[in-house]
Design a protein around this ligand. Structure first.
Ligand code: CA
Length: 202
């Protein structure tokens, strides 16, 4: 199932770029050009996440977010704004944004942040992937962070378990260090140490 994303952005060029870019990354994408129609679409449900610009004609992004949260909509929201000031960022989070990207942002960053908030939501909602996974002679038990290989049990730390889960969810895909850092470490990403990945993988 492709994640269903709604983009609310009034700048036509930027909106089209986002729509095309996210589609090519495997998302199902819908679009709105103003806050009121964006809010109406979001309230219909059936979306997995919202990419929301702040400066919008009519209803601005803050107000869209405030009304969504007031209606107890748990829809994950990635705020997209030309403003990078700390105050705007904090206000976005206060209104219930899940993450914040300052425009212009590379598509790759938007995709990674979207995937991260989607993954967090899945975890929170308890739609957990299988607790045990078997491949070859290895059986992994995620709740106890352990794996058994040829009858011998090995303990894993949480990051090792998360990495393993991530690898198993992406069979055959080349995964570079930055993607692993973004998707597995996420918020706990170390400041400037892609070598951290090597330490945990090898
Ligand atoms: Ca705008």
């Amino acid at each position: 199932m492709k994640p269903r994303i709604l983009i609310v952005e009034d700048e036509p060029g930027l909106r089209m770029g986002l729509v095309d870019g996210l589609r090519s990354e495997g998302f199902h994408v819908e679009e709105c050009a103003d806050g009121l129609s964006g809010l109406a679409r979001a309230e219909q449900g059936g979306l997995d996440a919202l990419v929301l610009d702040l400066m919008l004609p009519g209803l601005d992004g803050y107000e869209v977010l405030r009304r969504l949260r007031a209606a107890r909509r748990a829809l994950p929201v990635l705020v997209l704004s030309a403003r990078g000031e700390d105050e705007d960022r904090i206000q976005g989070f206060e209104y219930g944004a899940d993450d914040y990207v300052v425009k212009p942002a590379p598509l790759r960053e938007i995709v990674l942040r979207l995937r991260a908030i989607l993954r967090r939501t899945v975890a929170v909602e308890g739609a957990e992937p299988a607790a045990q996974v078997r491949f070859g002679e290895v059986e992994v038990d995620f709740p106890s962070y352990s794996l058994t290989r040829a009858g011998k049990r090995h303990g894993l730390n949480r990051l090792e378990a998360e990495l393993l889960r991530f690898f198993l969810a992406h069979p055959g895909e080349p995964l570079d260090r930055n993607r692993l850092l973004d998707e597995v470490w996420g918020q706990e990403r170390p400041a400037s140490a892609t070598r951290t990945v090597d330490t945990h993988v090898f």
